[in-house]
Design a protein around this ligand. Structure first.
Ligand SMILES: [Zn+2]
Length: 122
């Protein structure tokens, strides 16, 4: 088993890194701005301090517009019918519900129907 080697050599690497930082100039100061979408997701984009913060930001979670005011987020867009239902849609829901109950009743009848003969065969 082996001879020990010093793997890290400080000088060269350090010099190169220093040169790169110098070339880029001082780091731009950044600020985190919080935006909240209608669903309450928080997005914190890092903005350069010399760029004015936009009024809205696309939510990182759901893609909806998010605003800087948590209590009054911008309205949702592009999802027609997700939250607003027309009277017609309510009508359809009720009809489906009624039909569902009817189907349930029929299913229960069938259950009894299948139970009874199996009992009798005993
Ligand atoms: Zn969201």
């Amino acid at each position: 088993m082996g001879s020990r080697r010093t793997v890290l050599r400080g000088g060269r690497l350090g010099g190169a890194a220093g040169a790169e930082v110098d070339r880029g100039g001082p780091l731009q100061p950044r600020r985190g701005v919080s935006y909240w979408c209608h669903a309450g997701h928080e997005s914190r984009p890092q903005l350069a301090s010399d760029v004015p913060a936009p009024d809205t930001w696309d939510c990182a979670v759901c893609g909806q517009p998010a605003g800087a005011d948590k209590d009054e987020p911008p309205a949702r867009v592009g999802m027609a019918g997700a939250s607003h239902k027309t009277p017609y849609e309510f009508l359809m829901m009720r009809r489906t519900e009624a039909e569902g109950e009817k189907l349930l009743a029929e299913a229960l009848d069938n259950l009894h129907a299948t139970r009874t003969p199996s009992r009798r065969s005993r």
